[in-house]
Design a protein around this ligand. Structure first.
Ligand code: AMP
Length: 207
């Protein structure tokens, strides 16, 4: 991102469960997010799987004729969990390469309900913000309050001096899809973000 250029959302990298979860509201949220992204011409970048909320989301974007890029490590593709109907399936050698490619092809990340893989991807992306490796707003779709304990943990970490309160600028929390997308679409990086991000840092320096 160069100074003075406003933020333009074209693709979103979504992290979400490889299971559908118990509450049917999770599946419904993945469908709504996918349909709305396709309607608004927002491309999806995701983990490339056909299982759980990942598959539900990808199918919803594809049904709306939207663009879906999947980035999957060889090992998962070989276990036949890859979605084979995507606009582009990028097969990589390692999880690290996968994350770098996923984040690099989107302007923002979003987490839907999910498990450890989803938490890992969300937190890694937020860590990269902290370390100035990239500057991407992270949207948290807090379906039925699923992420309330995670938000409470972050607030506790702020209170206890382990996390800067500025994390709230890049972690955008909403409980509905329209709210979340409107928030991300109108996101403007702070002046500090625009001027201080280090575009000269090779991301493979962190592997
Ligand atoms: P989890 O939340 O633990 O179900 O993990 C989901 C996240 O980890 C997704 O955003 C994916 O990027 C990755 N992931 C986990 N399982 C798979 C899978 N079977 N196929 C593709 N990606 C997966």
């Amino acid at each position: 991102m160069t100074a003075g250029k406003s933020f333009e959302l074209k693709r979103i990298c979504v992290f979400c469960g490889s299971h559908e979860g118990v509450d049917p509201a999770f599946r419904a949220a993945a469908v709504e997010l996918g349909e709305t992204m396709a309607e608004r011409g927002l491309g999806l970048v995701y983990g490339g799987g056909k299982v759980g909320l990942m598959g539900v989301l990808a199918d919803a974007v594809l049904t709306g004729n939207g663009e879906v890029i999947g980035v999957i490590p060889k090992s998962l593709r070989d276990r036949e969990v890859a979605h084979l109907g995507l606009s582009d399936l990028q097969v990589v050698n390692s999880m690290h390469e996968r994350k770098r490619l996923m984040y690099g092809q989107a302007e923002a990340v979003v987490a839907l309900p999910g498990g450890i893989g989803t938490f890992d991807e969300l937190f890694e992306s937020m860590t990269w913000n902290q370390l100035d490796i990239h500057a991407k707003p992270a949207g948290l779709l807090n379906v039925e309050g699923y992420f309330d304990p995670l938000i409470a943990m972050l607030e506790r970490a702020v209170e206890q001096g382990f996390v800067g309160s500025s994390y709230r600028e890049f972690l955008r929390v909403a409980s509905t899809v329209p709210e979340l997308l409107a928030d991300l679409e109108s996101y403007q990086p702070s002046a500090e973000d625009q001027f201080s991000r280090r575009s000269d840092v090779p991301t493979d320096a962190f592997e």
